[in-house]
Design a protein around this ligand. Sequence first.
Ligand SMILES: *Cc1c(COP(=O)(O)O)cnc(C)c1O
Length: 183
Amino acid sequence: MVDDAHGIGVLGRGRGTLAHFGIASERVVYMATLGKALGGYGAFVTGAPEVVEWLMQRARPYVFSTALPPAAAAAASAALAIVAAEPDRIERLHANIAAFREALALAGIAGSSPTAIQPVLVGDPIRAVSLSARLRERGHLVPAIRPPTVPAGTSRLRVSLTSEHSAAQVASLVRDLAEALAT
Ligand SMILES: *Cc1c(COP(=O)(O)O)cnc(C)c1O
């Protein structure tokens, strides 16, 4: 079972983690969200027809929820078409990811991921919230992620990079991050 919330639209030329690793198998149950790189709302599961049918009949959050609104489905469909047709967006995103990781390493800050979503481990939830507030004062929207979203003791800042951030924005974020972490 692959939860590809951070991979879809980003890795494998936008086709996700399975494409990135060259994996194609009917035995994989692939789940991804429409709410991150694709900029919409909702999520989907793909897999063997029997698995999909079983989920449709038995998955309680699916059975007892209203279906995705048509506008959200249309937005997801349009987003997938953009991912396929405009690979330069993914290239710009990866340039920003590389620049962020390089600057982070130079600043001696641990962490960093090959995806757009970069966790900076802080540990203490109160400190994570105050670091997030400091960054907000400097014009950076970097939420603090705390339990129960992550295990206790692993509160973190979550940086979300996009293809539309400028090199200067990425550099100033890392500068302000390093300064905040040093206090
Ligand atoms: C964001 C996220 C989800 C859920 O995303 P939704 O927007 O609620 O569909 C699931 N798994 C991981 C790993 C995520 O980061």
